[in-house]
Design a protein around this ligand. Sequence first.
Ligand code: ADP
Length: 512
Amino acid sequence: MTALPAAPLPQRRAHEGGPLPRYEHFVAGSWMPPGGGRYLESTDPTSAQPWYEFARGDEDDARLAVGAAYEAFHDSSWRDLPQSRRSSLLRRLAGLVHEHVEDLALTETLDNGKLLSEMRGQLASLPAHLHYYAGLAEQLCGETVPGPHPAILNYTLREPLGVVVAITPWNSPLLLTTSKIGPALAAGNTVVVKPSEHTSASVLRLAPLFEEAGFPPGVFNVVTGLGREVGQALVEDSRVAKVSFTGSTHTGSELAASCGARFVRTTLELGGKSPHLVFPGADLDQAAVGIVAGVFAAAGQSCVAGSRVLVPRSLHDELAERVVERARSIRIGDPLEPATQLGQLATAQQLARVEEYVALGVAEGARVLTGGDRRSIAGLAGYFMEPTVFVGGDNRMRLCQEEIFGPVVTFISVDSEDEAIDLANHTRYGLAAGVWTADLSRAHRVAARLDAGTVWINTYRCTSPMSPRSGFKDSGIGIEHSAHSMAEYTRLKSVWVETREGFADDPFVLRT
Ligand code: ADP
């Protein structure tokens, strides 16, 4: 085991001044300072103070990290490890993560400003995710296939791909990282993670746990910095076999183009503009809670945020009133405080963007029923936005078509089930949808017709490592979570064996 100094402890800084704790890259089992000697600062959005600095990686750093992962992949100590052993390493890692949930959750809250309770919940679920992938590592196998003749044996091998680059966003840093590295490692790949420049610390705090668990050096690496610098350099390295990305549709499309030109595989989990479809007879209180959970939890900074409510004209006012009532009672404040229900947005830029969308919605003719303004909280410098409810939306408005990534929901009246489905599907995205109905046949009928990788019926924001997550249309390519995700990190080889000694057929005829 490498004697590795721990990464600095997470701590909110109240005042400017003094040196910041420093995080380096993690490459081949050791901390690696950036070759260019440059660092960036990460800001705690609640205090608006930088609280640590981290390596600003460049092309050379990317090359070294990919090199370490490439060597570790080609060195048989990882790829040829018995699957049961890979599985037990993942299980050991799960145990270590369990011991560090509090410190990892605090790290993520200080970085992205989401509620400590939310991040704690996410982190507490990681061991279950890792155990699940450990189980899949044990089950990974090929199959025998009936050949054209009983004497011909045909079997398949599920092989790892090689070096996997995982690029992640700031909203749920380690949960989304685990969705990528879990199946990638279970399948025998090696990985280089590039976290968001807004939330680099938690994955760096995770890194030494790989060493402690006993993973060979180079199997798990982290480089930090800007997407356009180190991120792009990772993606363009010819030794990389696969890029797994979660982030904006715009960046995902650029990455996909670059990878596509070189036949590098991708898994992409991108943006959304998810609808709630509410039907007559639905429990309106339950729907109101689901709408609040869908868009105000995590301050709407979730790719599956339910940001459009398609509701029958006759129920519009009543449902809007119930959502508004709940929105007004939401406690906004310090995400570290247990009573807080809505923290702030992750960056000043994000707050400005949400405010722009609110102004745009008003200009487009929608009406703000509650919220719409930034909020200041005594003693905190954070980027707080009020939970905002628009009514009178028209699905063609940019307010209803573009991803806002903030606590903003828009009500749109509909006159029929067909119209609700039509409008629900009428965006470039296809990530998630909520259906609120007491009618069982309608629930299944509607679920089947929605262009969404996930449909929740009478609930919202449920997730499990066992259930597939995928985005349709511009929301992504490929599958995360579930046994299906293993196919994303393996290649399938077909092996043919003639078992008859000395057998020779007509060489000019295809053997079928
Ligand atoms: P978000 O706004 O959610 O952060 P982005 O798509 O901008 O979404 O970023 C998601 C991740 O992608 C971040 O880790 C970012 O650094 C990285 N990234 C951004 N641009 C590029 C790029 N051109 N190449 C590789 N990674 C990138």
